[in-house]
Design a protein around this ligand. Structure first.
Ligand SMILES: Nc1ncnc2c1ncn2[C@@H]1O[C@H](COP(=O)(O)OP(=O)(O)O)[C@@H](O)[C@H]1O
Ligand SMILES: [Mg+2]
Length: 411
């Protein structure tokens, strides 16, 4: 909205009113894996300043949690991404104010799909709406997107793109957490060289042009506005990359059954073709399985760490058994891609978790202050904001924090 106030005065006022609003939220709280969201009706001064009349309109006050990325983030500012996205996808919530360390987004009234249909088939209408969404996202012009990191793979170079993702998993997820979790990984059967061996076996991918991809379209990031009408939220992890990676993450994280998975793949290819982007589907049959394998392989590390970190300070037998379930599921899914030698039984996983828990006392009680490792701090201010090179090695402080694990990992 154009304001009669000079820009800086306007910004200062928005910040002041917004901070006061955020401190007295009194609205609904929605905590995701990366952000704490307060959904609050705007009072009239803030509504006026943000140009969101009538006042009483709800907005989402979004504060990042202290989270470490376990998937790469190439654009530090979600607000910038949203500026480009909302120009073409008008239904996506806009960023109304960006204060750097937190932001205000418009709020889509509706219910997340994760509450409407937490598991199982979603039906043809929703599958079609996702396919249309992917095609529209793929059509956002590259020139309108925020600048890419200087050394980002060039469009079409799918091989380098997937290598970047694999290297990220190996360096920033696996190796950086090895000091604290390495023995646990090994005890449940994940060899130290599992990911590098996966990389070495990578087949040659077909070249495909890159496009904007959301990379995290799962049930908790889809809001049902009305029957059949969906809005995809949470664009923090979007990137410019291989469209087949988008399809693979979606297929896995939605937890589709085989029939819906196949149907979704076909609809995805049809919609892209109809949108005049058939070249994005080139090599789909051979390359989709590769990306699916990668998705299962990469998630084994965060899934194991997350299950371990979720254990209470003094776990009961049931806590260890409950934690073993997601670990075994992750191992089952990664077994083939990572060539694991079978999936250990619950007893072996429980023993591994007990040993990890007993040895992790120092990390839990002394925290990062005592020179603890990457994911030792479970709270605290701040949030990893990647620098210009999103793959530059991080110091222990930047890596400290909760794991950023999507809900697909807990299925
Ligand atoms: N507009 C909305 N309507 C309904 N639920 C929402 C809305 N925005 C967020 N939520 C809920 O809050 C959760 C977290 O929001 P999200 O923006 O995805 O944050 P995070 O980055 O932490 O995942 C969502 O998964 C969803 O359940
Ligand atoms: Mg989310």
């Amino acid at each position: 909205m154009s304001s009669p106030l000079p820009r800086r005065a306007h910004e200062a006022l928005v910040r002041r009113f917004a901070a006061a609003h955020r401190d007295r939220p009194g609205g609904e709280v929605a905590v995701g894996h990366h952000n704490r969201n307060y959904v609050v009706p705007l009072d009239w001064p803030l509504a006026l300043l943000l140009g969101r009349m009538p006042f009483g309109t709800r907005a989402k006050f979004r504060t990042p949690l202290d989270a470490v990325e376990v998937v790469p983030r190439i654009w530090p500012s979600e607000a910038e991404v949203l500026r480009a996205v909302t120009r073409r996808l008008g239904e996506v919530p806009r960023c109304l104010a960006d204060f750097g360390d937190w932001s205000i987004h418009s709020y889509v009234p509706g219910r997340p799909l994760s509450e409407e249909i937490p598991h199982g088939p979603v039906g043809e209408e929703l599958l079609r709406s996702f396919a249309r969404f992917f095609a529209r996202t793929a059509c956002v012009p590259e020139a309108e997107l925020p600048p890419l990191p200087a050394d980002w793979p060039v469009s079409g170079d799918t091989q380098s793109f997937l290598r970047r993702l694999i290297d990220f998993t190996e360096l920033r997820v696996h190796r950086h957490n090895r000091r604290r979790f390495g023995a646990l990984f090994r005890a449940v059967g994940v060899r130290t060289d599992a990911m590098t061996a996966f990389a070495a076996r990578l087949p040659l991918l077909a070249p495909r042009p890159f496009c904007l991809i959301h990379t995290d379209v799962h049930r908790a990031n889809v809001v049902i506005v009305r029957p059949g009408r969906t809005v995809v939220i949470d664009w923090e992890l979007s990137m410019f990359g291989d469209p087949v990676h988008e399809l693979a993450t979606h297929l896995v994280r939605m937890g589709y059954d085989e029939a819906e998975r196949d149907r979704m793949r076909d609809l995805w290819a049809d919609e892209l073709t109809e949108a005049g982007r058939a070249e994005l589907t080139k090599g789909l049959d051979t390359d989709l399985p590769v990306y699916l394998d990668f998705e299962y392989a990469q998630s084994v590390f965060p899934d194991i760490m997350r299950a371990a970190l979720a254990l209470p300070a003094v776990p009961a037998d049931e806590d260890f058994e409950a934690a073993a379930a997601p670990v075994r599921r992750a191992l089952r899914r990664a077994a083939e891609p990572l060539r694991l030698k079978g999936v250990p039984g619950t007893g072996r996983v429980v023993t591994a978790l007990r040993a990890w828990h007993a040895g992790d006392v120092g990390e839990r009680f002394l925290g990062a202050g005592a020179g603890a490792g990457p994911v030792s701090r479970l709270g605290g201010p701040g949030r990893l904001r990647p620098g210009p090179d999103p793959f530059a090695p991080l110091g222990p402080d930047q890596l400290a924090g909760t794991l950023n694990c999507g809900p697909w990992q807990s299925r």
